[in-house]
Design a protein around this ligand. Structure first.
Ligand SMILES: Cc1cc2nc3c(=O)[nH]c(=O)nc-3n(C[C@H](O)[C@H](O)[C@H](O)COP(=O)(O)O)c2cc1C
Length: 148
């Protein structure tokens, strides 16, 4: 059986999401999955629509905004036609801080836009507060189990 290839994209300002993206790939590879991770600024927008298995890890900045490295890709995806991502499966891990009114807003926006463009949510989004480690680990284990 061919194992699915997983693409992890992270949106980050201070590196928490990047570290989690690396953990996902390490744990995915331990399960025999092929896994690659990229900062959102490093994915060519033309390549985005052909991703089959997408895991997003994204923090929220400013006042409910995307991190800088996520803005261009997010804007691109917002402009796609409805149904354009119908071959994509996805799940979102959102990082944030409950002290902010717009808690985990950027991750919520990714979750919304991917569904709007036709992608299939394979595991529910998890919204993490500042002590994100345990919630993130649970999401990682559960989301990877859907592929193995
Ligand atoms: C200046 C600043 C603004 C932030 N704004 C929000 C926000 O609006 N909503 C939220 O849920 N978290 C907010 N956060 C919390 C970050 O999303 C959180 O610390 C996250 O773990 C950072 O992850 P990163 O290192 O991947 O960027 C903010 C943090 C800072 C320092």
């Amino acid at each position: 059986m061919t194992m699915p290839k997983i693409t992890v994209l992270y949106g980050t300002e201070t590196g928490n999401s990047e570290l989690l993206a690396m953990d996902i790939c390490k744990e995915g590879e331990n399960l025999g999955l092929e896994c690659e991770n990229y900062g959102m600024e490093h994915i060519e927008s033309d390549d985005f629509s052909s991703i089959e298995n997408l895991l997003i890890v994204c923090s929220t900045w400013g006042d409910g905004e995307q991190p800088d490295n996520a803005i261009d890709l997010f804007d691109y995806v917002e402009e796609l036609d409805a149904g354009e991502l119908e071959n994509m499966k996805f799940s979102v891990l959102a990082l944030g801080d409950t002290a902010f009114d717009l808690f985990c807003e950027a991750g919520k926006e990714w979750d919304r836009v991917l569904e709007e463009k036709g992608a299939t949510r394979i595991y529910d989004r998890v919204d993490c507060d500042v002590d994100y480690e345990d919630d993130a680990e649970e999401w990682i284990e559960n989301v990877l189990a859907t592929f193995s």
